[in-house]
Each structure stands twice: as C-alpha cells, then as structure tokens.
Design a protein around this ligand. Structure first.
Ligand SMILES: [Zn+2]
Length: 242
C-alpha cells in the first residue's frame, strides 16, 4: 500500500474517533437540560399539591368564620326574644333562631368533612414531598454524572486532538490539504477501500481502469462517482500509529 494511503488512513482513524467523541460531548447539554426540565416539572407538581392543601385550609377557615357568625346570631336572637311583645314577631324570631341553628349544624358537618380532606391532603402532600426529595437527589446525581462525563470527554478530546495535530504536521502538507478538502468538516470516511470492485464509500462499481491505476500505485486515486480517495482492500495493512 502506498505510504500516502497509510498516512491518510491513520489520520482519518483519529479524525473519525474525534468526531465520535465530539458528538458525544455535544449531546450532553441536551441531556442535562432534559433532566433540569423534569426537575422543574416535578417541583411545579409539588407546588400544585401544596396549593390544593392551602385552598382546603382556607375553605375550612372561612367555614369557621361563618359558623362563628351563626353562633353569634343565635345568641343575639335568643337574647332579643325577651324584648319582643307581639306573638307574631316572637314566632318569627323563633323561626330565625331555628334557621340559624340548622345552618350552624350544616356548617359544622361541612367543617368536619373539610378537616378530613385537609388531613388527607396533608398526608398526600408530605408523601409527595418526601418522594420528590428522593427523586430530585437522584436527578442531581445524574446531572453530576453528566458533568463529570463532559469534563472527561473534553480532556480526552484535547489529548487526542494534540496527538492528531502532531501526526498531521509530520505529513506532507499538500496530502493533508487534499484529505481535509474532501472531508470539509463532514464526519465521514473520505479514504475508503475498494471491495469486490465497489467503492465502499458510495457502493458503486468502479472501473477496471481505476482499479489498475490504484494497483500501479503511482498516485492517489479517487472514486469516479463520489470522489473519495480509494485503495485496494487486499492491500490493506494496519494503519500506522504512533
Ligand atoms: Zn465512491
């Protein structure tokens, strides 16, 4: 195999590995954002649950105020009874008192029901709060894992990039330029083997003329269809590494 092919394969191997690591790195902020979004949603759900409890407690307070007013009314009307001279007015006042007592009794029932609801809601909220704390701790741990993975990847990439750049610097600049021009930031192999008379980049059949030129090995040859640089698979040796 031509030395140029070996060099480019070695460079390509490093670049593809760097592409892969960069891809992994680029996906991390999205993962973290998704976890943070879940945390926000869980906090909001807990907040809603707390609002429900607060509302029930307010309802109960309002009913207690109403009850107290009814009790006052019963007391007031009862005291007023003695001062009433006419029978009709007396009966009317008794009716008022009876009505207030009934309303008072209804309010007492409602307050008891609300107290039950408040208890239930309080228990449910406490349970949710405890569960939410555990969940959030777990989520924060996941974020910390992603953070350390990110840091680790950044370090790996820096090291591999340095070694790749050193390798590229040792090769003929025009060769590296040709390779980079083909690559144009695309994260694909641009130097590929011909296997069974097919370019393994675009999977099109290549001409015998091209295969013969590649066999002669006088210069780097490109696939007639996709313009990737090609070499013969049967020539394949392990790319040089250092
Ligand atoms: Zn091709």
């Amino acid at each position: 195999m031509q030395e140029a092919v070996k060099q480019l394969l070695s460079l390509q191997e490093r670049d593809l590995e760097l592409d892969r690591l960069q891809g992994e790195l680029a996906a991390i902020p999205k993962e973290i954002a998704a976890i943070n979004k879940r945390i926000e949603a869980e906090r909001a759900a807990l907040e809603d649950s707390k609002k429900e409890l607060t509302q029930l407690q307010m309802q109960r307070k309002e009913k207690e105020v109403d009850l107290s007013a009814k009790e006052d009314a019963v007391r007031k009307h009862t005291a007023e009874l003695n001062a009433i001279k006419s029978n009709d007015a007396y009966r009317a006042m008794l009716g008022e008192i009876e009505k207030a007592k009934q309303e008072k009794s209804t309010l007492e029932d409602e307050i008891l029901q609300l107290m039950d609801k408040v208890d239930q809601s309080q228990r449910a909220w406490k349970e949710r709060e405890t569960a939410a704390k555990t969940t959030e701790t777990e989520r924060q741990r996941q974020i910390a894992d992603w953070d350390s993975k990110q840091k680790n990847l950044e370090e790996q990439i820096a090291l591999k990039q340095k070694s790749r750049d050193e390798l590229a610097a040792a090769y003929t600049p025009s060769l590296v330029e040709t390779y980079l021009r083909l690559r144009q930031g695309k994260q694909v192999a641009v130097i590929v083997p011909i296997k069974a008379e097919q370019c393994s980049g675009c999977h099109m059949k290549v001409s015998h003329n091209l295969i013969n030129e590649v066999k002669r090995g006088m210069s780097l040859m490109a696939c007639e269809h996709c313009f990737r640089l090609v070499y013969l698979e049967e020539d394949a040796e392990k790319p040089i590494t250092r």
